[in-house]
Design a protein around this ligand. Structure first.
Ligand code: AMP
Length: 309
C-alpha cells in the first residue's frame, strides 16, 4: 500500500448558508482531506498545526480514523487558524468573512520520519511556502504530488504559489480560481496554461457541476451527483481532493485511466460532505453508503447509444 502525506489547515470554521449558521466548528483543508482518505484505509499522516484552544476530542476524532497525527503540532500558547464564510443563495459562491492565520503565521512543517519516503504527497490548501517545504523534506521525489490551493494564496503569495505549482504532478483547483490564475475564461484554455506551468494533470472543480480532468489532449468529465439536500458546501473541494488522493494511494496506479476513477471517487465523497454542516457527515460515513452511491453514480453517467454507420 502507498503511504500518503497530507498537509493543509486544521481549523475552526464558522459557516453561514441559506439553511443555517454554525459557531466555531471543526474544519480545515487537511481535516476534510484526511476524513476522505480514511475511507480507503491507507497509511496517511496529517502535517499541520493547531493552537492550545483546539479540543482534544477533535484530535481523537482524527486519530480514531487511523490518521497519523503525530506531526500535527499543538502550539499551547497559540490560537487555531480560523475561517468564516457566508454562502450566497446559489450555494455555489461564497464570501470569506474572516481569515485569521494565527498559529499558521509562523508554522514550519515537519514531515514524520516514517513518511519521508511516502509515494504520494497531498499538498492541501495552505501557504505555498509551507507546501514547498513539505516537498523539500521528502527523501526522494514522490511518485505523485497533488496540490490544491485557493484565491487567497493567489492574492497574497502568487510568486511562491507559481514556484510550487511548477513542482507538482497534479493540481486540483476550482473554476473561478483557474480563471484567476490564468486570466482565461474558457476552462480548456485555462487548463492548457496550467499544464504549461508544470502539472501534467489538471483537475478543475466546478462545484455542483462536477469536475474536469485534463491530461495533454485528453479530457474526462464527471458530474456531481444531483442531490435534494445540500446544506453546506464547505470542504467539498478538499473532500474531493482527499477522495482522489486516497483512491490513488490505495490502487497505486497513476495512469490517466485510473485517475478518471479517482475523480469519480472524489465526486462521490464530496456529495456526502455537502449534505450536513461541516465535517458531520464525513465523520459518520460508512463504506456501505459509499458503495451504494457509487452505483448511483454509475447509473447516472452510463448510457448505450447506437450510432448510424
Ligand atoms: P473548500 O470549501 O473545499 O474550499 O474548503 C474550505 C476549508 O478550507 C475550510 O474548512 C477552511 O478552514 C479552509 N480554508 C479557508 N481559507 C483557507 C486558506 N486561506 N488557507 C487554507 N485553508 C483555508
Amino acid at each position: 500500500m502507498n503511504k500518503l502525506v497530507i498537509v493543509g489547515t486544521v481549523a475552526f470554521d464558522a459557516i453561514e448558508t441559506p439553511f443555517g449558521k454554525t459557531d466555531k466548528i471543526l474544519g480545515g483543508a487537511a481535516t476534510y482531506i484526511g476524513l476522505a482518505t480514511s475511507q480507503f484505509n491507507v497509511d496517511a499522516a496529517i502535517v499541520s498545526v493547531v493552537g492550545g484552544d483546539f479540543p482534544q476530542s477533535y484530535l481523537d476524532l482524527l486519530a480514531n480514523k487511523n490518521i497519523d497525527i503525530s506531526n500535527l503540532e499543538v502550539v499551547k500558547e497559540g490560537k487555531t487558524f480560523f475561517w468564516s464564510g457566508k454562502y450566497h443563495n446559489d450555494m455555489n459562491t461564497r464570501d470569506t468573512l474572516v481569515t485569521e492565520l494565527n498559529v499558521l503565521e509562523h508554522f514550519s512543517p515537519v514531515v514524520p520520519k516514517h513518511y519521508k519516503d511516502a509515494e504520494i504527497v497531498m499538498l492541501g490548501n495552505l501557504h505555498p511556502l509551507v507546501q514547498q517545504s513539505v516537498l523539500d523534506q521528502m527523501h526522494k521525489k514522490p511518485k505523485l504530488s497533488i496540490l490544491d490551493t485557493m484565491n487567497f494564496w493567489m492574492d497574497i503569495a502568487l510568486k511562491d504559489l507559481l514556484a510550487v505549482i511548477k513542482n507538482v504532478d497534479v493540481i486540483t483547483i476550482n473554476d473561478e480560481e483557474a480563471r484567476q490564475l490564468t486570466g482565461e475564461y474558457a476552462l480548456v484554455t485555462a487548463a492548457k496554461k496550467i499544464h504549461a506551468m508544470g502539472p501534467k494533470y489538471v483537475v478543475i472543480k466546478k462545484g455542483e457541476h462536477g469536475a474536469l480532468l485534463f491530461h495533454n489532449d485528453n479530457v474526462f468529465y464527471a458530474p456531481a451527483l444531483p442531490l435534494e439536500d445540500v446544506f453546506d458546501p464547505t470542504g467539498a473541494g478538499d473532500t474531493f481532493a482527499g477522495g482522489f488522493a486516497g483512491y490513488l494511494a490505495k490502487t497505486g496506479d497513476f495512469s490517466f485511466e485510473n485517475m478518471k476513477k479517482a475523480v469519480v471517487y472524489g465526486s462521490t465523497l464530496a456529495s456526502f460532505c455537502v449534505q450536513k454542516f461541516g465535517t458531520e457527515q464525513m465523520q459518520q460515513l460508512t463504506s456501505e453508503a459509499v458503495r451504494k452511491r457509487l452505483l448511483q453514480f454509475k447509473e447516472l453517467t452510463q448510457f448505450e447509444i447506437i450510432l448510424d454507420k
